[in-house]
Design a protein. Sequence first.
Length: 359
Amino acid sequence: MKALLLLEDGTLFEGKGFGATGSQVGEVVFNTGMTGYQEVLTDPSYCGQIVTMTYPLIGNYGTNADDMEATLSFAKGFVVREACDMPSNWRNRKSLHDYLAHYGVIGIEGIDTRMLTKRIRTKGTLKGVIASGPNLSAEDAKSYLQQDLRTDQILQVTTKSPYRCPGSGRRVVVMDYGVKGGTIRSLINRDCDVIVLPANATLQDVLAWDPQGILLSNGPGNPDDIPFAAELVRELLGKIPIFGICMGHQVISLACGATAKRLTFGHRGANHPVKDLRNKRVYITSQNHGYVIDEASLRSTELELTHINLNDGTVEGVRHTRFPAFSVQYHPEARPGPDDSDYLFDEFMALIDQFWEGR
């Protein structure tokens, strides 16, 4: 089955299709992880994107029911050098081809992913069209490039109604901007009573659950596209302890007066070194984001810089100097990736206990 990938700069890649057939337009990005492709495919933060894996062989351990971060795949397409059609693992249930076909994701293999990655690194993230099926032509694909990319990704991936994961411990409301299953499991493992609310939930919706803590989740896109999220956080600051992850980190920062900026090609992978400025330790982290907080904009806020990225020096974590609120740009729940930063969930639990002690 023929497939093609056409970039907005006119670069055309022709390869072999696998997974679903059809045509999709999206933002072409790359992920440097050697494993974890199933978690990547089910991470809601990839909503609207065509994901390129830089590791050359993908699919060799198949897919299973345990490694899903959401019940659907929100990626528009999947690009690999070689897709393994004979996976070998005791947990395997479906090949990558069958998995993508089941979730309607178009795949292309057999193209030069090194060239594609270098082009993105040089020119920045590009809009592209991925297509697979009979009678394909570059001219047909060009028509899709006229489509504007959607900016409502978070409203596409957030839960439509509240749901609860009961626990006997601290009650934590999770604002779902595209929350990963690993985040929910990290809270459940600490006996939290977890309530997940839609991204556009109101202050009254949040307070109705009488939470002891608020977790702002990861999510796709530009934080400036969801001003209602920052407005909600401004109402909550100082009243309830808050922990932000990825998009949640950006929302907290914007709520405090900082600004976000777009990275040239983003941080996506499971091996990004981050330095905790408080203890001078370096942690290897899992990341997936295209925007960061502008460090210069923190100077006019009450936020303190706590973590930096050792690859490019960008902001990776902040803490409020007066209120019980902190956040990180990366994924402490990993999935995929190392669990070096799992301690941040324990810091959140300690912050909750400290805040409510004696009240």
